[in-house]
Ligand binder design. Structure first.
Ligand code: BTN
Length: 256
């Protein structure tokens, strides 16, 4: 796929900018990269700290001809694409905290935000995937709350990654995902399961209203939803847009 790349010094959010470009008719495959975001967005209404020169902040726009249901695995597949990218460029294996945070040494190294917009018939008009990877931050570069759960590739490995090399590799992996894997998402299911640090663990399920319930993470199903079992025995399937999970004692308990 041919990618048009829009590179900006500062944006509110690469996802928001991509959305504005999509509304003006930008083609599938358009990529937006910013040096810095002033209002970087995360899942569940959270923000994503995006200081200049510290990370890769990238969004890609696609126009698949499919139903919103068919996009359910997309967010998890993007996590696999990001893990593959970091492995290829840095030789480092990150774990995945369901559905799509990348984790190194029990702290968050990258986050992914997928936003899709329907057309008048209810089909997907376009979808935007935004990926933020922390590359160079030291603990003092994060706000105190974020420093407790986040880290950077340089902090954990001593490796200083060339952001543009990483971006080019990520765009290649995302193109493969969109072209070959999204129509057959089961191809990456085993890889996702193998990288998912929650499976078999006790987790806290966090609902949008802030309530938390303890559960055991049992499995990832073919839609990449997480099956959990609550202490009284009830089994529930969690979809990625609806809840988030944490480790029992902190952001993530990692054995990978
Ligand atoms: C999360 O951790 O909940 C998801 C974070 C996603 C951050 C990326 S950075 C590039 C793109 N633009 C945004 O505003 N958000 C995503």
């Amino acid at each position: 796929m041919e990618n048009r790349i829009c590179h900006c010094t500062v944006l509110d959010s690469t996802n928001a900018h991509c959305r504005r470009m999509a509304a003006r008719g930008a083609p599938s495959g358009t990529v937006v990269i910013a040096e810095r975001q002033t209002a970087g967005r995360g899942r569940m209404g959270r923000s994503f700290e995006s200081p200049a020169g510290m990370g890769l902040y990238l969004s890609i726009l696609w126009r698949p001809h499919c139903t919103p249901e068919q996009l359910l695995p997309l967010t998890a597949l993007c996590a696999v694409a990001a893990v593959r990218t970091i492995r290829r460029v840095c030789g480092i294996d990150c774990a995945i905290k369901w559905p799509n945070d990348l984790v190194l040494h029990s702290k968050k190294i990258a986050g992914i935000l997928t936003e899709s917009v329907p057309d008048v018939t209810g089909m997907v008009d376009y979808v935007i995937v935004g990926i933020g990877i922390n590359l160079r931050q030291r603990p003092g570069d994060f706000s105190p709350d974020v420093a407790a759960i986040a880290t950077s590739l340089r902090q954990e490995t001593g490796v200083t990654v060339d952001r543009d090399v990483l971006a080019a590799a990520l765009i290649e992996e995302l193109d493969t995902l969109y072209r070959d894997i999204l129509p057959h998402p089961e191809q990456w299911l085993a890889e996702y399961r193998a990288g998912c640090l929650n499976l078999g663990k006790t987790v806290q399920v966090i609902c949008p209203d802030g309530t938390r319930r303890r559960a055991t993470a049992l499995d990832i199903d073919e839609r990449f939803s997480l099956t959990v079992q609550y202490p009284e025995g009830t089994v529930e399937t969690l979809r990625s847009g609806e809840v988030s999970v944490r480790g029992l004692y902190g952001y993530a308990e990692q054995t990978l």
